[in-house]
Design a binder for this molecule. Structure first.
Ligand SMILES: [Zn+2]
Length: 407
C-alpha cells in the first residue's frame, strides 16, 4: 500500500548505498549487527555517526525518502557485501571463501546467465584476466548452501530502527533479493534449484515482516533475476522467478509500501550486461506484487521510457533513475528536469517517483560526488514541480544563505 509516496508526486530518494565517510573504518567482519553495536564501542560510535552524517547529507540535498547508506556493509571488494551480508548471516549457508571449484563458480556470475556464452561480451569479460569484472568475481567469495535456509541473524529490523530514530523522514531499508543470493551461491543441499530459490524467498519474507513489525513504512527488495537471465538457458524460468519474488513479499503490501529495485549491475560501478534492455521482461515485472518498480534510466538517456510506461499497470508507481552511479560527471538540474519532463509525457506525476539508477556504492565515487548528484536530482525535480504547481521540497544545500562566497 502507498504510505510514504501517497500524495507525494515526484517524491525523491536514492537506491540505498552511499560512499562511507573516510573516518568510518570499522567493519562487521561477520558479526551480527546487534553484537557489534552492543559490544564494540568503536564500531557503535562510528556506525551511528556515519548513518547520522549520511542522513543529514540526504536531508541537506532535499530527498523526501532517505536511506541509511547501507552502512552495515563491509568495505570488501566491488560491492560484494550486498550479497556477503546475507552469505555470512543466513542459516544454511557456509564454506565462504573456500574454493568451490573455479568452473562451478565462474559459471554463475550475477548477470549474463552462463559466463561462457559467446554472444554476451560483458558476461564473458568475467573470464578474462586483466578485466575489472574478472577481479570483481575473483574476490566475490560465494557461500555454499549446506542446509535448510533460514533468516539467521540478518536483523534488518534492528538496522531499520538504528536509522529511523535519527530522522523524521521515512527511512527505506533495502535488501538483496533472495533469488539473487541463490543465483550467486552454490547449492549443495536442495534437490531442485527451484526448491532452493523458494527457501530463500520464505526466509526473507519472515525477515521483511520483522521490519514491518519494527514500524517501517517502506521496504525495498533489490534485483529479481528476471533481466539477468532473460534470453539465457538458465535453470529457473522467468515465471518461476515471478512466483518466488511474490512469495518473498507475500503479505507485505498490507503492511507497508513495497518497492522493487532493478538495474544493470553495480560492481565498481560497472554494467554487467553489454546490451541491456528491459523490454522482454516488462510483462514479468508488471506481475510482481509490489507498489513501486525502479528502473535504470539515466545511464541510457531514458531509452525505454515509452515501453516501461506502457507495460507497467496503473496499480504500480514507476520510479526512474534521474542520475547515474556510473559517471563522476555530476548531472545538472536541467538535465534531471529534462528526463523527468520526458517521462511525464508517458506517466502522470502522481505515478512517477525519482531516484538514482542504483546505489552510489563504496568504491565507485567519492562522498562529495554522491552528495552533489543528490542535490542535482532534487534541484532538477523541483524545477519540474514548480512548472506543475506542485509543492517543492527544500534543498538546504542550495540555499546559499550562509555561503562563504557571499558578501
Ligand atoms: Zn542496482
Amino acid at each position: 500500500m502507498y504510505t510514504v509516496t501517497r500524495d507525494r508526486p515526484l517524491a525523491t530518494t536514492i537506491t540505498g548505498s552511499l560512499p562511507r565517510p573516510g573516518w568510518f573504518v570499522e567493519n562487521l567482519r561477520g558479526r551480527a549487527f546487534l553484537e557489534a553495536i552492543g559490544t564494540d564501542y568503536r564500531y557503535r560510535e562510528q556506525y551511528f555517526d556515519a548513518v547520522a552524517a549520511l542522513v543529514n547529507d540526504q536531508v541537506r540535498a532535499g530527498l523526501d525518502i532517505v536511506t541509511d547508506g547501507d552502512m552495515r556493509f563491509d568495505t570488501d571488494i566491488g560491492g560484494r557485501a550486498w550479497f556477503g551480508y546475507l552469505f555470512e548471516r543466513m542459516d544454511g549457508l557456509g564454506d565462504i571463501g573456500m574454493r568451490h571449484g573455479g568452473s562451478e563458480w565462474a559459471a554463475r556470475p550475477p548477470g549474463g546467465g552462463e559466463a561462457a556464452e559467446p554472444d554476451d561480451p560483458a558476461a564473458a569479460r568475467v573470464n578474462v584476466p586483466g578485466d575489472i569484472l574478472h577481479e570483481v568475481m575473483e574476490a566475490r567469495l560465494p557461500a555454499r548452501v549446506l542446509g535448510e535456509v533460514g533468516r539467521g541473524s540478518l536483523q534488518y529490523d534492528a538496522v531499520f530502527r538504528a536509522a529511523q530514530r535519527l530522522t523524521d523522514r521515512p527511512v527505506k531499508i533495502g535488501s538483496c533479493c533472495g533469488q539473487m543470493v541463490h543465483k550467486v551461491a552454490v547449492n549443495a543441499y536442495y534437490d531442485a534449484p527451484l526448491e532452493a530459490v523458494m527457501a530463500f524467498s520464505r526466509a526473507l519474507n519472515e525477515e521483511y515482516h520483522a521490519v514491518a513489525d519494527a514500524g517501517a513504512e517502506i521496504l525495498q527488495v533489490e534485483e529479481p533475476c528476471l533481466h539477468f537471465v532473460e534470453g539465457s538457458d538458465w535453470e529457473i524460468s522467468l515465471d518461476e522467478y515471478v512466483d518466488a519474488f511474490n512469495r518473498e513479499v507475500a503479505g507485505l503490501r498490507d503492511r507497508l509500501e513495497v518497492w522493487c529495485h532493478t538495474c544493470w549491475g553495480n560492481p565498481l560501478a560497472q554494467k554487467i550486461e553489454a546490451n541491456y534492455r528491459y523490454r522482454p521482461i516488462l510483462e514479468y515485472l508488471d506481475r510482481l506484487d509490489v507498489d513501486v518498480i525502479t528502473f535504470e534510466t539515466a545511464d541510457n538517456g531514458g531509452a525505454e521510457l515509452p515501453e516501461i510506461a506502457a507495460a507497467i499497470g496503473a496499480g504500480k508507481k514507476i520510479c526512474i533513475g534521474g542520475v547515474t552511479h556510473r559517471t563522476l560527471q555530476v548531472e545538472t538540474p536541467d538535465e534531471v528536469a529534462a528526463l523527468v519532463r520526458r517521462t511525464l509525457e508517458h506517466i502522470p506525476p502522481e505515478r512517477l517517483l525519482v531516484s538514482t539508477d542504483c546505489g552510489f556504492g563504496r568504491q565507485g565515487m567519492s562522498r562529495m560526488h554522491a552528495f552533489y548528484k543528490m542535490v542535482a536530482l532534487c534541484r532538477g525535480v523541483n524545477l519540474v514541480r514548480r512548472e506543475l504547481g506542485l509543492p517543492e521540497s527544500p534543498v538546504p544545500a542550495a540555499e546559499g544563505r550562509y555561503d562563504f562566497l557571499s558578501r
